[in-house]
Design a protein around this ligand. Structure first.
Ligand code: GLU
Length: 295
């Protein structure tokens, strides 16, 4: 009997700690396109374990932005803040199996945290964009995975959620590449299969520095371009080209066309420079197309 093909599931897990960054829009877009191209699901999960920095208004605006862009999620919306009991179950199991332990930290006042018992080994993974990546995890020591059994930290929550949602492909910014070895160690400890990884090149400003809110202000957020009147079609088209090329001369694409031609293999390794002039050009092209269609 032929083996049933595994369903592709990607995810977009924003932290609702600020307005949607243009780089995260591109991450969401690539995840969406890749899932749809393969008849798979695109899952959205709100990573709100950081109670102090997460805000409902940011979550609402992120979800509204995805809708405006036409990136429709599959399945229910997950919130990490509602999944404490689930994480606790895994944490307890790790502790019971001696793969994690409660440690009393004496920096400042005494407090207890949960540390992962690092097996100290080389972790190797085949990144779909960057090729083979190898890390010596010894330098990570016994890293902290939870502030307490009720308060898991990012790495643990991500691994459990990706596992429980059946995520097959983790497509995210290159700034997360150093998180991957920790997450692989946790996967192995809980017995989760390893998803395939694709780390996207960073989006850079014209001076080739990383596009960051601290340095570049509001111009890093989707809302900035939306307020300036750029259409969702143009933003999607432009962001798709930022770090990927179709291998042909074509530059103007609708979302269904992108789904048709997109290929992770054609995503570049090097950083991509954000150029508003090019976005404006793409915007005009879409505007003219719209006029022709409406005639
Ligand atoms: N919540 C993380 C972020 O917004 C994403 C984590 C991930 O993609 O694994 O940067």
């Amino acid at each position: 009997m032929e083996k049933e093909k595994e369903k592709i599931v990607t995810r977009f897990p924003p932290s609702p700690t600020g307005p949607l960054h243009i780089g995260n829009v591109r991450t969401a877009l690539y995840n969406y396109i890749f899932a749809k191209k393969n008849g798979g699901d695109f899952i959205v999960r709100i990573e709100d374990t950081d109670k102090a920095r997460s805000k409902k208004e940011y979550e609402d605006s992120i979800l509204e932005s995805l809708e405006w862009l036409g990136l429709k999620r599959d399945g229910e919306l997950l919130h990490q803040s509602e999944r404490t009991e689930i994480y606790k179950k895994y944490l307890q199991k790790l502790i019971d199996e001696n793969k994690a332990y409660i440690s009393t930290e004496t920096e400042g006042e005494n407090r207890e945290v949960v540390r992962f018992r690092n097996p100290n080994k080389f972790v190797q993974f085949d990144d779909l964009i960057r090729g083979t990546v190898e890390f010596d995890t010894t330098e990570l020591k016994d890293f902290v995975i939870a502030k307490s059994v009720d308060e898991p930290l990012y790495h643990l929550a991500v691994v459990i959620d990706d596992f429980e949602s059946g995520i097959t492909h983790v497509i995210r910014g290159e700034d997360h590449i150093s998180n991957t070895p920790r997450q692989i160690l946790i996967q192995e400890a809980i017995g989760a299969p390893r998803p395939l990884y694709a780390h996207l090149p960073l989006i850079l400003a014209r001076d080739r520095s990383k596009l960051s809110k601290r340095k570049h202000g509001e111009s890093v957020s989707l809302g900035y371009y939306r307020d300036k009147g750029y259409s969702p079609e143009a933003i999607i088209n432009y962001l798709a080209l930022l770090g990927w090329n179709p291998g042909t001369e074509q530059e103007i694409f609708t979302l269904p066309e992108l789904i048709n031609v997109f290929d992770l293999k054609r995503v570049h390794k090097g950083g991509a420079i954000f150029d508003e002039k090019k976005l404006a050009w793409v915007n005009r092209k879409h505007f003219n197309l719209g006029k022709i269609r409406n005639k």
